[in-house]
Write a protein that binds this ligand. Structure first.
Ligand code: CTP
Ligand code: CA
Length: 224
């Protein structure tokens, strides 16, 4: 029994995860999106479920699939839909891990008909989407809140600023400088920064292994 418990440290815990890109509609046939594969978030979902957690995985458009009896997937398309789904599940969750590559801007107006090719130039007016992670940080109670940061310059400084500004317990810094780390690869290299700004750097490894590293640090800190 002790042995089983130690292998299932998240049994009875609800873990909320966001993954993948969001698509922001321009007109009925076009959107603004990004190259996120969703792989990192899906690997984290698998790792959490394998530790016994009940996982709610809110996924933007992705080719990733998951089949685990402890994971329920909520498919969404836009940042606004992801925001709504995340808030629906945040209150009673114990740990929230926001790995999605949410669009920062969306078209201010969505054309109801396909935009026809006319003038030489076309300007789209964009407005900010809501920051899902920051909005959860602002209402956080007992939840352990984890964000990701994708940085290309002054990575540590920017990641620490996000940790503070969004009221996080932990941030996972993705180093895009490293070859083999990032969007469409199977590998990643991360540095974890906790609320005391203590840093833990990991080597380049498979995203499944990165997910296990992330869950290990979360469990250590969550139980502490
Ligand atoms: N995030 C979010 N909602 C948004 C934008 C970002 O929940 N509208 C979350 C991401 O899922 C990630 C974290 O915020 O966990 C940081 O995302 P990132 O793009 O690195 O930072 P931003 O705060 O969007 O700032 P910038 O893109 O300018 O670096
Ligand atoms: Ca962003």
């Amino acid at each position: 029994e002790d042995h089983l418990l130690s292998n299932m440290p998240l049994r009875g815990r609800k873990v909320l995860i966001t993954a993948g890109p969001t698509y922001e509609a321009i007109d009925p046939v076009r959107f603004i999106g990004n190259h996120s594969s969703g792989k990192m978030g899906f690997e984290v979902a698998k790792a959490a479920a394998n530790l016994g957690a009940q996982v709610v995985l809110i996924a933007g458009p992705t080719q990733q699939q998951i089949n685990h009896n402890l994971v329920s997937v909520i498919p969404v398309v836009s940042a606004a839909q992801m925001y709504q789904a995340a808030h629906n599940h945040f209150k009673d969750c114990h740990i929230a891990i926001l790995a999605a590559a949410v669009a920062d801007y969306k078209p201010k107006q969505v054309a109801t008909q396909k935009i026809k090719k006319k003038s030489e130039n076309l300007t789209l007016e964009l407005e900010k989407t809501q920051d899902i992670l920051a909005s959860l940080g602002a209402i956080k109670e007992q939840q352990f809140l984890v964000g990701f940061a994708l940085e290309t310059t002054n990575a540590l400084k920017h990641a620490k600023e996000k940790l503070k500004a969004k009221n996080l317990n932990l941030i996972v810094l993705n180093s895009l400088q490293d070859k083999g780390a990032g969007f469409s690869t199977d590998t990643n290299k991360v540095t974890l920064i906790d609320a005391h700004e203590h840093e833990t750097s990991f080597s380049l490894k498979l995203k499944s292994e990165v997910a296990a590293d992330i869950m290990n640090v979360i469990i250590e800190q969550y139980h502490a």
